[in-house]
Design a protein. Structure first.
Length: 186
């Protein structure tokens, strides 16, 4: 499991104990009823597990939907669709989907954790030149962020994502990106 994934599991596990008490440490579901568009610029091959052998930028975009009522029991995560688009010829694009939790620890400051799956467009999965060996076309996707609400509608996040096959395929270099993104809720 990646460090980002482990952090997401630890945050969700630690805060779930607070749901039973009178004063929770984190507030979940604050934006459960909102649609959100997120856009940002990330640094390619940047993250906790990267070799930083490659460089470049990644254009990140997500559409985050309101949480369906049946997910309230697990903290009202919101479903999302996303893309990491790397404009350089040697890099890989990822299309992904999953669930996103936001845990507010003040009125404006929050942690974000995402878990999902992805598909990539790598030309070579095992012995590539110019990008990481991913091993599989379909990968797991995890994301983590530290966000600040500028207003009810506008938010900014320090964000990192990680794509990996969790050693299901022969190669598992994974891919990571980290940077800054803005979100608009309506």
């Amino acid at each position: 499991m990646t460090r980002v994934g482990l952090l997401a599991v630890l945050v969700l596990t630690w805060t779930s104990a607070a749901w039973a008490g009178d004063s929770p440490i984190f507030q979940f579901g604050k934006n459960a009823d909102m649609l959100e568009v997120r856009m940002g610029v990330l640094s390619y091959d940047t993250g906790a597990f990267t070799s930083k052998e490659e460089s470049g930028i990644v254009i990140n975009g997500e559409l985050v939907f309101p949480s369906p009522g049946f997910l309230e029991a697990i903290g009202s995560p919101r479903p999302y669709l996303g893309v990491d688009f790397a404009p350089d010829d040697d890099q890989i694009d990822f299309f992904y989907a999953g669930l996103n939790w936001e845990a507010y620890f003040t009125d404006r400051l929050y942690l974000s954790a995402s878990v999902g799956g992805s598909i990539n467009n790598a030309r070579e999965l095992v012995n590539p030149v110019g990008y990481e060996a991913l091993g599989c076309r379909a990968l797991f996707q995890v994301g983590a962020g530290l966000g600040f609400d500028i207003s009810r509608a506008l938010t900014v996040q320090l964000y990192a994502d990680h794509f990996s096959n969790a050693n299901i395929c022969s190669e598992n270099a994974g891919a990571e990106a980290a940077g800054l993104r803005l979100g608009y809720r309506f």
